[in-house]
Design a protein around this ligand. Structure first.
Ligand SMILES: CC1=C(/C=C/C(C)=C/C=C/C(C)=C/C=O)C(C)(C)CCC1
Ligand SMILES: [Fe+2]
Length: 546
């Protein structure tokens, strides 16, 4: 397991040409950009958690049936400070670190104490966000890092707080058809309130400010006051439909007092998060037209959600599909101490990730009887039960057990849809297969091979496609078999059969999230790889397949 998780990965700065078997569709031209943790030790020091690792960006450029791979560590301030000190000096999710070794000096402790909200890391290891013409590596703090998607170079450090009052922001923004970004973040104890803030970054600066960075034109779309000033909910993503936004205020909460004293207590950020099994999960639905939450109090049982899959409206109801857990144990499993030889033993999920569909009535009849189900749809068994005091209890429909890292055809985001592409995870958090799940027929197709650990499967539509599943699936596969090279897998999304694979003789890391940039999106003057770079790229030799 250490090969996959614990070991530091080498960068591949020069593009290397993959050995392609099968045939890559000629229309598939562009770059798959991925992000994830790649370095878990610095000098003699070691991170505790897999989500702490220093961000390693990697890209697969697909051009004329060939694939070129490269990877580069994000040169964040965190990366640079760590490398310079030859030890971990910046705190991450599961590791508290100190800039100097004398952490017991009182004056230092005092200076840590005086900051309620600490200065967080810019180790943006979770995802890639497109913002106007620019690309950013993202995590969940107030920092994002601009990158050059062609060279993987690290550019500006952007502090969201310059543009919108958020201390934390998700790494899973939404995009509308014009490319405007909608994201959410938490504003902690600002003017006496803790709020969940929805903000919008336009795809381009307004006409009269042409040429300026779209981030400068970020605006607050709306906000919801947290139920608790000092313990806002943690959330990893949210959902949108054509007219609404869905936000789950879940009983997995960040304790701000614990966080502000974490430095002096020598405790990590992860220990400031706790699941409150006695609490409810509140479902907030914001009307995009009024920018206000619906007045009804919708709630469901305590649960933890990291990934929203999709949401849409049907006959006056809002339906949303999420991957739910019964508790927050997923985060516990990714401690590197667990990800060792006894992995199978240590990493049994106590709660299996389950795809559930919720249904929320967009208007609630005041005269409806207490106990009645407000959902009259025939397409789902999800219920919304009217309670006294105008509360509505939502009971989901179970769709599929054992999946994570969901993706959809993003053209269907916010709209009725059929297919979820995901990694299959049964009792361990490690993906073993790639899955195509049909929410209509409730049937699934799978791709898997021994020793192969797939990454999040990403859907790329065939140009001009009509069918939702007319396209291909891309997933970078790493292997625990030393004989087997890592490869980029290309599946036909309809039949879920392999079209091609591109094997690359490099150390590849298991990644988290990313995006595909079709060649049409590039500035024609700067192709992802110049002809010269392509000619120069050494071939990847292929080891015998096991
Ligand atoms: C540094 C830091 C954080 C980092 C969280 C991270 C890095 C979460 C990663 C989550 C993933 C990858 C989930 C996958 O499903 C918090 C807790 C937001 C707040 C305190 C500072
Ligand atoms: Fe995620």
């Amino acid at each position: 397991m250490d090969i996959i998780f614990g070991r530091n990965k080498k960068e591949q700065l020069e593009p290397v040409r993959a050995k392609v078997t099968g045939r890559i569709p000629t229309w598939l031209q562009g770059t798959l950009l991925r992000n994830g943790p790649g370095m878990h030790t610095v000098g003699e020091t070691r991170y505790n958690h897999w989500f702490d690792g220093l961000a390693l960006l990697h890209s697969f450029t697909i051009r004329d049936g060939e694939v070129y791979y490269r990877s580069k560590y994000l040169r964040s301030d965190t990366y640079k400070a760590n490398i310079e000190a030859n030890r971990i000096v910046v705190s991450e999710f599961g590791t508290m670190a100190y800039p100097d070794p004398c952490k017991n000096i009182f004056s230092k402790a005092f200076s840590y104490l005086s900051h309620t909200i600490p200065d967080f890391t810019d180790n943006c290891l979770i995802n890639i966000m497109k913002c106007g013409e620019d690309f950013y590596a993202t995590t969940e703090t107030n920092y994002i890092r601009k990158i050059n998607p062609q060279t993987l170079e690290t550019l500006e450090k952007v502090d969201y707080r310059k543009y919108v009052a958020v201390n934390l922001a998700t790494a899973h923004p939404h995009y509308d058809a014009a490319g405007n970004v909608l994201n959410m973040g938490t504003s902690i104890i600002d003017k006496g309130k803790t709020r969940y803030v929805v903000f919008r970054i336009p795809a381009a600066a307004p006409e009269n400010k042409k040429g300026t960075n779209p981030l400068k034109h970020t605006e607050v779309f709306c906000s919801i006051t947290s139920r608790s000033l000092l313990s806002p909910s943690y959330y990893h993503s949210f959902g949108v439909t054509e007219n609404h936004i869905v936000f789950l205020e879940q009983p997995f909460k960040l304790d701000i007092l614990k966080m502000s004293t974490a430095y002096i207590r020598g405790a990590n950020w992860a220990s400031c998060l706790a699941f409150h099994k006695e609490d409810k999960t509140y479902i907030h639905v914001i009307d995009q037209r009024t920018r206000k939450p619906l007045p009804t109090k919708f709630y469901t049982d305590p649960m933890v959600v990291f990934h929203h899959v999709n949401a849409y409206e049907e006959d006056g109801c809002l339906l949303f599909d999420v991957i739910t857990y019964e508790d927050s144990s997923l985060y516990e499993l990714f401690y590197l101490a667990n990800l060792n030889q006894d992995f199978e033993e240590n990493c049994r999920l106590t709660s299996i990730p389950t795809l559930r569909r919720f249904a929320v009535p967009l208007s609630v009849d005041k005269n409806a009887e207490v106990g009645s189900n407000l959902i009259k749809l025939t397409s789902t068994t999800a219920k919304a039960l009217k309670e006294k005091d105008d509360q509505v209890y939502c009971q989901p429909e179970l769709l599929y057990e054992g999946l994570e890292l969901p993706r959809i055809n993003y053209a269907r985001n916010g709209k009725p849809y059929r297919y979820v592409f995901a990694a299959e995870v049964q009792w361990s958090p490690i993906p073993t297969k790639i899955l195509k799940y049909d929410v209509l027929t409730k049937s699934s197709l799978k791709w898997g091979q021994e020793h192969c650990w797939p990454a999040e499967p990403l859907f790329v539509p065939t140009p001009g496609a009509q069918d939702e599943d007319d396209g291909i699936i891309l997933s970078a596969i790493v292997s625990t078999d030393p004989q087997k090279l890592p490869f980029l897998l290309i599946l036909d999304a309809k039949s879920f059969t392999e079209l091609a694979r591109a094997s690359i003789d490099v150390e590849m890391h298991l990644d988290l999230h990313g995006l595909f940039i079709p060649d049409t999106d590039w500035d024609a003057r700067k192709p992802a790889l110049s002809q010269e770079e392509r000619d120069r790229a050494p071939d990847s030799c292929v080891a015998p397949q096991a």
